[in-house]
Design a protein around this ligand. Sequence first.
Ligand code: NAD
Ligand code: ZN
Length: 360
Amino acid sequence: MILDVGSRSGRYAIHVEPGSAARSTINGLLDGAGLPRRRFLVSNPTVWRFHEQTFAGLTSEDPILIPDGERHKNLQTVGRIYDALIRAHADRACAIVAVGGGVLGDTAGFAAATFLRGVPVVQVPTTLLAQVDSSVGGKVGVNHALGKNLIGSFHPPALVVVDPTLLSTLPRREFRAGLYEVIKYGVIASRPLFDRVAASLPALFKREPDALMAIVTESCRIKASVVEQDERETGLRRTLNFGHTAGHALEAVTKYRRFRHGEAVGYGMLVAAEIAVARGTMPAADRDALAALVAKMGPLPAVADLSVAETLEAIAHDKKVVAGQLHYVLPTSIGTCEVVADVTKDEIAAALRSIGMNSA
Ligand SMILES: NC(=O)c1ccc[n+]([C@@H]2O[C@H](COP(=O)([O-])OP(=O)(O)OC[C@H]3O[C@@H](n4cnc5c(N)ncnc54)[C@H](O)[C@@H]3O)[C@@H](O)[C@H]2O)c1
Ligand SMILES: [Zn+2]
């Protein structure tokens, strides 16, 4: 399955196929995309431990392994990538192949965007979140000590290679975290995708390639279509923030330690649905279907002890506040949504309480 995405710096392909990361296939894909012959693979020790066999022969250059973890998604790590490239005398005729989750892809992508004013990057996402979200769309960047993703750029990939079989080694919690983003796509844009996730959870948790292929392809198709129409997030791309307003706030008030990002989005989707139902803009039955699927996914970390006031404060500081206005993505049904700018603190507070937050 090949998806073709338009971006301001040209078109690129997303190959979604079990086995596409295997040496015999990926080298052909890289050549076919017209990438320079000198290719530097950037990965981390965790991914490398599981998948070195698959990727070792991809290039004769030494792999550039950077430390694993969100806390290393910073300019210091980007500096380590530059160091390795410069020591290897890399020039503009080289490409970076980023093999890893969203942290790795964002960091290596930012290094590619800035090294020698930009060299091509190929994204080879190895987490479900990266396969359905971060590898597509061209947003790259790192964190600053004072906030997440504050340093960044747009650097669309030259190619995205999505191999769902790479997910077989992903810890269950990471896999689940990615599934919440898939549910997000279902709610904002595709009732069939939502229903498919609900119907195939056992197969998905077993990482059955057919079940994975179906949801990964459909998610990539939705993400690609949205970013193609609104690369710089002035309108439609905002809908991808569904579940992320309260979600990001939950991550912030727990100092990014309690939730995986997707888990916080799981709650955030419920909060948005509650607001919509309270406003009468979404049928209660659709909210119930979402709540049932989120519950079926398994328990989420507790929120009962979190402060409603602090969470509201964190929402007010969100990047989605533009010129003092918070753009809130509200579902109007399973499969459709709208962006509204008049959600009040009281509405959000009521919704936060309804998902179980009971501390003032
Ligand atoms: N650029 C974008 O548009 C965009 C969109 C969404 C999220 N993001 C970013 O993505 C990051 C989160 O990404 P993530 O959820 O993939 O987390 P992650 O990159 O931290 O990966 C989670 C863990 O799984 C490990 N791992 C990766 N692949 C594996 C595999 N196949 N088998 C076993 N372990 C594996 C990783 O090394 C890591 O320890 C955040 O920094 C977020 O800001 C970016
Ligand atoms: Zn997200």
